[in-house]
Design a protein around this ligand. Sequence first.
Ligand SMILES: Nc1ncnc2c1ncn2[C@@H]1O[C@H](COP(=O)(O)OP(=O)(O)OP(=O)(O)O)[C@@H](O)[C@H]1O
Ligand SMILES: [Mg+2]
Length: 452
Amino acid sequence: MAIAAVTAISAAHEATVAAALGQAPGVRLVRRCADVADLLAICTAGRADVALVSADFNGLDGSAIGPLREAGVGIVGVHQPGVEEQQRVLQQWGVRTQLPIGAAPAEFAQAVQGVAEGATSKATAPDASDDPTVSLEAELAALSDGSAPYVPVNPWLEQSAALPMPPAPASPEQTAKIVTVWGPPGAPGRTVLAVNLAAEAARLGVPTVLVDADTYAASVAQHLALLDEAPGVAAATRLADSGHLDVRSLAAVAPEVTTGLRVLTGLPRADRWPEVRDDALEAVLEQCRQLGRLIVVDVAAPLEQDEELSYDTAAPRRNAATLAALDAADTVIAIGSADPVGLQRLVRGLDELRAVISEPPKVVANRVRSSAVGSSPEQRVGEALQRFAGVASPALIPDDRDAFDGALLAGRVLAEHAPGSAARKVIAALAADLTGVAATSRRSWFTSRARS
Ligand SMILES: Nc1ncnc2c1ncn2[C@@H]1O[C@H](COP(=O)(O)OP(=O)(O)OP(=O)(O)O)[C@@H](O)[C@H]1O
Ligand SMILES: [Mg+2]
């Protein structure tokens, strides 16, 4: 049996590729897709082993590549010779095997066989020679009868041609750190911690990117009094989907709000959550490593794999953004409220978290106060977390309604609004710990970078 291949290639070049595939030994061209819906339909129906795609195929973006892979279909990218932009887009979609249009039939055969070996789809196509009713002539005749519709080029490609090339990536030893701030339901203070942690790191001289990846109730923009219309995370994941995410395009949608602090604001409306797909967010977080040395991600509470809630595994998954951010994290901070309900949720949450991340998280108890747990609240909260969750030394942020309410009202961080507050000191110490920069030696990060 031959390998069943389909094409999803822009109209201008599809005929050339189809003709080469027609002569490629061991390959059978079973469909020349007219659009992305056609491509997804045939691949998810298990009728293709390999899809040959071009970056300028009408409507194709990174969001369609995931379902192809999930369907077990191998992917070969096809690009115009010498057009680096198309190769880069394919690369961003994770398409490693690429060929120029006009490659020889034997090269197509080799590439198709190469990706088919790793593919799990079990489509079987009769060899052209096995099936006299289907021949290359028939395919070529179909090409010339106008049945393949005209497909306009991807407008993103035209637009991005004007974008300057990104700077060279940072060297490996400068790899940035991703810190994801998670906490169980009940507004334990994930966002205030993420915002203030990022602000403190920036004040220590560490270029920082704050990412609001909460797909339920994004609020970083409100905490920092930023415009809701800021492009933010949805624009960044769109760039990733279109294959046009690089350090420059990311910088354009993650403005610097204060020295050293860039912000990717969250979804302005919760119902837009399908825009933040997990693989696109992963790509964005990875690219953030080129934009800052510390990336702080604020995420929503739910950890259930959405597949457990739905039989449709191809459907967008709302909790996937949280899971992706936890997976990408070098350090996870788990924050809970220091009251009986909040502590119980935190203990359960830490248990659930263990199933998702491998390294133990750094635990923070927030709003520590005697009115909620009795006298010596620090000691009681510490003992409870040790006894029920085996947490040795949680960070404890005191309850300070005046400081946090005032900061929120002013759209400022604690360092600006209540610099002397005890809550700020705990968060500043956390930032110093995470960045390895002591609060007393603000310039040391830049100094060490200059030396490296
Ligand atoms: N230590 C604290 N003392 C007083 N108020 C606090 C403290 N920490 C957080 N808050 C207040 O609690 C509220 C909720 O905080 P935040 O928005 O950070 O929670 P969250 O976990 O992000 O919740 P959400 O589920 O909305 O994402 C805010 O009004 C914040 O100012
Ligand atoms: Mg929040």
